[in-house]
Design a protein around this ligand. Structure first.
Ligand SMILES: Nc1ncnc2c1ncn2[C@@H]1O[C@H](COP(=O)(O)OP(=O)(O)OP(=O)(O)O)[C@@H](O)[C@H]1O
Length: 271
């Protein structure tokens, strides 16, 4: 028998997983805001049913890259994206792509919880309604309940579904925003510093939720917290000055990074 063992076997397994399980893939992605170039030829694959953390010092392009994944950059004047990004192998920037449908498949949760000025129920039912995912009241009720349950919020709000979403605590509002994203059955959820406005207890609850959600969703998360990246992500990509410096298993990035800029950033030497 000639089976590989040790580090070679681990590398082969890692390569195989990387080759087979990409939900999204960015190839030579560059982003310009007018004359200013914010990203330089970023190649980054997003593994399915895992959490990928994007880390790096302020202004390095993490949010810019995140927004390319569901074309949120289209909403910014002067912003131009080049290169290729695929979802299940299909170019999301090719002509004829329905951007509304894309953003239902690749949902987004923002830094500050931003519920609509509507009831808790309506916050969750809104997306399914505009996407025509349900017609009858009972179907909406079911979607709202299931989404709130998946977001770990149902028990806390089941008796006050018709109160304003803004009446919830910050952490509950963020879980409501996650329920809203889940309600349209996305495949990928983008999170831009989802816990930065939350206290440690609400942060722990959202992190726990992210760990549960990755069984069914592919998650890409921008974070400034190294502890958070280490706690919840399987893969980590390090950005610096618009370049993706390296991407690897989170454990490797934190224990044995290949690039000195990653080492410096993790050690708190800049950023
Ligand atoms: N709408 C915009 N118009 C012009 N320049 C922008 C815009 N958004 C971002 N930039 C610039 O692009 C670069 C990357 O910004 P981006 O917000 O992606 O970085 P980041 O790594 O997410 O930063 P932070 O961690 O501070 O949120 C920065 O130089 C920023 O000033």
């Amino acid at each position: 028998m000639n089976a590989m063992t040790g580090p070679d076997a681990k590398k082969a397994l890692n390569d195989k997983m990387n080759a087979n399980t990409h939900k999204m893939a960015g190839s030579k992605v560059s982003v310009y805001y007018g004359e200013k170039r914010a990203l330089f030829d970023v190649d980054l694959n997003i593994r399915e049913n895992a959490v990928t953390a994007l880390i790096g010092p302020s202004g390095c392009g993490k949010s810019t890259f995140l927004r390319t994944l569901n074309r949120m950059n289209d909403t910014i004047d002067n912003c131009r994206v080049t290169g290729e990004i695929t979802l299940d192998g299909e170019d999301i920037y090719k002509s004829g792509i329905d951007v509304v449908e894309l953003r239902a498949r690749v949902g987004m949760v923002f830094q500050n919880p931003n519920p609509f000025p509507k009831s808790i129920y309506e916050n969750v039912a809104y997306g399914p309604r505009i996407h025509g995912l349900a017609r009858h009241r009972a179907d909406f009720d079911q979607i709202v309940e299931t989404s709130l349950q998946k977001a770990g919020l149902f028990n806390e709000v089941k008796d006050r579904l018709h109160e304003p979403g803004t009446s919830l605590s910050g952490g509950q509002q963020q879980r409501l925003c996650i329920a809203r994203a889940i309600a349209v059955s996305p495949e990928v959820i983008l999170m831009d510093e989802p816990c930065s406005a939350l206290d440690p207890i609400a942060t722990a609850r959202v992190e726990e939720l992210i760990s549960e959600l990755k069984q069914n969703y592919t998650i890409v998360m921008v974070t400034h917290s190294m502890q958070q990246a280490a706690r919840v992500s399987e893969r980590t990509a390090m950005f610096h000055l618009g370049h993706m410096v390296e991407e690897n298993d989170t454990d490797t990035i934190f224990t044995n990074p290949a690039d000195s800029r990653t080492q410096d950033y993790i050690m708190g030497r800049f950023g």
